[in-house]
Design a protein. Structure first.
Length: 462
C-alpha cells in the first residue's frame, strides 16, 4: 500500500527546520503526489510538483521565511488559530477518583507504585467521593456534559464507594439537567457479572489494562505473589464482552521493551472481543524499570505502522478494525485538531486522591508537582494558571519549533516532567504516517469520514 518513496525520517530535536519541514509546514508524499501539512489550523493540501520543488529548494536553503511567503502567495495563510493567551480559569468538567489506592497486581512499571502512589494502602472514603461528585456536578450548568472516571490502584477493590458515587452522580445530574458519562480503568481480575450489569446500565467506558496474550502479559502484569494474571482476566472479562451494548470495553496495552510484537497482540485482543485496542509506550516509571529507550521507540514506530497498514486495508475493504490509536488519529486529523495542550490535565480535567486532594491528573496523585487544591476548598486558581502557562506548547522547547506541536500538544505532562522527551521522534514519525494514511483513506473511502474535511484533498498550484 505504501509507495517505495515514502519514509518516516527522524528529525533532530535541536533543529528548527528539517529536510522536509519548518515550524509552520511539513512536506510529505503519498504515492508520488506531494502534499503539504499547514501547522496553523492543521490543514492538508495536495500540491503540484512545481510547488513541491519550490518548497524543497527553500527547505534545502534553510529558508523558513521563504516557505511562509510561498504558502501566502498560494492563499494558504490564515489567521492564527493558537496564540500565546493562557486561559485564566477552567470549569472542571471531568474528574478521576483514585477510589482505591491499592492493587492486587505487582506490575514492574506501575506509575502508581503498586497502586499506593508511594504511601500506605487506602480506600477513598464515601464522604470524599461524594464531595468530589457534588463539586463536579455543582459547577456544571444545565445542558453541560461532565465525566466521572474511576481509577486506582485497582478501583474495584473499593466497589461500594464506586457504586455509591456513580448513583449519586446520576441523581444529581438528572436533577440539574446535566449529562454525565462514566469510565473505569481496571486490571480485570476482580470484575464480576454484576459489575458488568452495573456498567452496562450506566453506559460505562471500561478500559482493561492488558499487556499481551498469555505469557507475555503474565511477565509484565503478575499478581503480587508472582502468579500470572492473564487467564484470570479473560475468565472475568469474557461475560462482560458478551453483554456490551451501552457499555464499551477497550484494552489498553502498555508497551515496554518486552512486548513489542504489537500486531500479534492487537489481533489477539480483537479476537477476544474487545471493542477497541490501543497502545501506549512506557516512558516514565517510578523505578525506571521497563521504560522505553529511543531504540525501543524506533522499533515500536515500525510495529505501529504495521498495525496502521492493517487498519487501512480493513477500512478500504469495508471491515471494522478497532485499532484505537489509528481511528483516533484519523478523527483528529479529519477535524483539523489544533491544540496547545496534549489533554485536559490541570484544566477541565483533574485527578482526586483518596484524601480528597486535587491533582493535574490521575498520574500526579501524591505528587506536589501537579497539586491543584482540594475538594473541600476547590481548585487553587493561582496554581492552575501557573500550570497552564508553563505547560502551554508555545512555552516549551523544542515544541514551539516542531511541526507536530498542535497535533501532539507537547506530550504527556507527567512523562515530560519526570523523564523528558525521549519520544519526540516516535511521535513525529507516527503522525507523519497518520497524515499519509489519512490522505489515502480520504481518497479510497471518503464515506468512512462521513463528510470531507474542508480543505483536505484540495490541489493547489498551476
Amino acid at each position: 500500500m505504501t509507495s517505495a518513496t515514502e519514509s518516516y525520517p527522524i528529525s533532530p530535536e535541536s533543529k528548527a527546520i528539517g529536510t522536509d519541514w519548518t515550524p509552520e509546514a511539513l512536506l510529505f508524499d503519498v504515492a508520488g503526489q506531494p502534499h503539504v501539512f499547514i501547522v496553523n489550523g492543521s490543514r492538508i493540501y495536495g500540491i503540484e510538483a512545481d510547488i513541491a520543488r519550490a518548497m524543497t529548494a527553500r527547505l534545502e536553503a534553510c529558508d523558513p521565511e521563504g516557505i511562509d511567503a510561498l504558502l501566502a502567495s498560494l492563499g494558504l495563510d490564515a489567521p492564527t488559530f493558537v496564540d500565546d493567551r493562557i486561559p485564566q480559569a477552567f470549569p472542571t468538567r471531568a474528574i478521576s477518583l483514585a477510589i482505591a489506592q491499592k492493587c492486587n497486581l505487582g506490575c514492574a512499571y506501575c506509575y502508581a507504585e503498586g497502586g499506593t502512589f508511594g504511601g500506605a494502602k487506602k480506600n477513598m472514603p464515601d464522604r470524599v467521593a461524594a464531595d468530589a461528585v457534588r463539586r463536579l456536578i455543582g459547577e456544571a450548568s444545565p445542558g453541560d456534559r461532565v465525566n466521572l472516571a474511576f481509577l486506582g490502584g485497582e478501583p474495584l477493590s473499593n466497589r461500594p464507594a464506586l457504586f455509591a458515587a456513580t448513583e449519586l452522580a446520576v441523581e444529581l445530574a438528572a436533577a440539574k439537567n446535566v449529562s454525565v458519562g462514566f469510565s473505569i480503568t481496571t486490571n480485570g481480575t476482580l470484575v464480576t457479572p454484576d459489575d458488568g450489569a452495573f456498567f452496562e446500565r450506566h453506559g460505562f467506558a471500561v478500559t482493561v489494562s492488558i499487556d499481551g496474550i498469555g505469557e507475555m502479559h503474565d511477565t509484565l502484569r503478575p499478581f503480587k505473589g508472582g502468579r500470572g494474571s492473564f487467564e484470570r482476566i479473560v475468565e472475568r472479562i469474557r461475560p462482560l464482552l458478551g453483554m456490551q451494548q451501552r457499555m464499551q470495553i477497550s484494552a489498553r496495552v502498555t508497551v515496554t521493551p518486552r512486548n513489542l510484537r504489537l500486531k500479534a497482540t492487537l489481533d489477539g485482543l480483537i479476537n477476544l472481543g474487545f471493542h477497541s485496542v490501543g497502545f501506549s509506550p512506557m516512558l516514565s516509571s517510578p523505578t525506571g524499570r521497563q521504560e522505553m529507550s529511543r531504540a525501543d521507540l524506533s522499533e515500536m514506530l515500525g510495529q505501529m505502522i504495521d498495525c496502521g497498514r492493517a487498519f487501512e486495508e480493513q477500512v478500504i475493504a469495508g471491515r471494522r478494525y478497532p485499532f484505537s490509536n489509528m481511528s483516533s488519529a484519523m478523527q483528529e486529523i479529519h477535524k483539523g485538531t489544533h491544540r496547545p495542550y496534549p489533554c485536559g490535565a490541570g484544566g477541565p480535567y483533574l485527578g482526586v486522591s483518596a484524601e480528597g486532594d486535587f491533582f493535574a491528573c490521575h498520574r500526579f496523585v501524591g505528587d506536589e508537582t501537579g497539586a491543584m487544591g482540594n475538594v473541600a476548598n476547590g481548585v487553587d486558581a493561582d496554581r492552575q494558571r501557573d500550570w497552564l502557562h508553563r505547560r502551554h506548547v508555545h512555552f516549551q522547547e523544542p515544541c514551539k519549533s516542531c511541526w507536530a506541536r498542535y497535533l501532539c500538544g507537547g506530550g504527556c505532562h507527567y512523562e515530560v516532567i519526570h523523564r523528558g522527551r525521549p519520544a519526540c521522534d516516535y511521535i513525529r514519525g507516527w503522525l507523519r504516517y497518520c497524515l499519509q494514511a489519512y490522505v489515502r483513506l480520504l481518497e479510497a473511502r471518503p464515506d468512512y469520514f462521513g463528510h470531507a474535511l474542508a480543505g483536505s484533498g484540495t490541489t493547489v498550484g498551476r
